[in-house]
Ligand binder design. Sequence first.
Ligand code: DC
Length: 225
Amino acid sequence: MRRIVVTIDGPAGAGKSTVAKQLARKLGYRLLDTGAIYRAVALTAQRLGIAWTDSPKCGQLAVDLDIRFEFIGDKNHVFLAGEDVTAAIRTPEISQGASQVSALPEVRAGLLELQRRLGAGGGVVVEGRDTGTVVFPKADAKFFLTATEAERARRRLSELTESGAQVDYEKTLAEIRERDLRDSSRDVAPMKPAPDAVLVDSSAQTIEQVVDSLAQTVETRAKRI
Ligand code: DC
């Protein structure tokens, strides 16, 4: 069976990361977390005192980004110039920063080639907001994964609480709303389903059910090619 490019886009908290990781494992595919790349740009900018609204400077950071992914046990670790930034890029502050830098045209342009290079050759599950529309428009299997706002806030809250953060439901819901609005209303590559994406609502499904149904679709598509 051919090893294809699979894209999973959708809003924050829809379950993309978990689904993408398990799907990749089930298929024996690589995993490309494009959100982590935007997060890495936001973290680098913050450390250098560059504003998350500065398109030319953040764009240059994107072009120069020295990022590497490596599975350690069950976790996809992110290394920035050799430093493990897996936890540092997951804070609520960097979530907002990533959403801001991702609206900058020069950042998006700067990261396009990197993402395509990391996904080259197929046999990869790519996760993000525009991976089926802009980064891999010719991907053979595209999914747009979503869930109700309340369910997404609940999931994000338990994720953050597990990692030791002090957050509450209302604040998490407000942050998700703010981020979704920015991600879907920006001028460049806004978050939206590709016309040929399969829409999946994960609100009332378990992760296993979602992963199984995506894997079936991928296998059918891969056989057809
Ligand atoms: O999936 P995530 O929460 O790690 O993504 C962080 C931010 O990066 C998100 O708010 C929007 C942005 N992003 C994007 O614009 N395009 C992508 N392909 C992936 C993420």
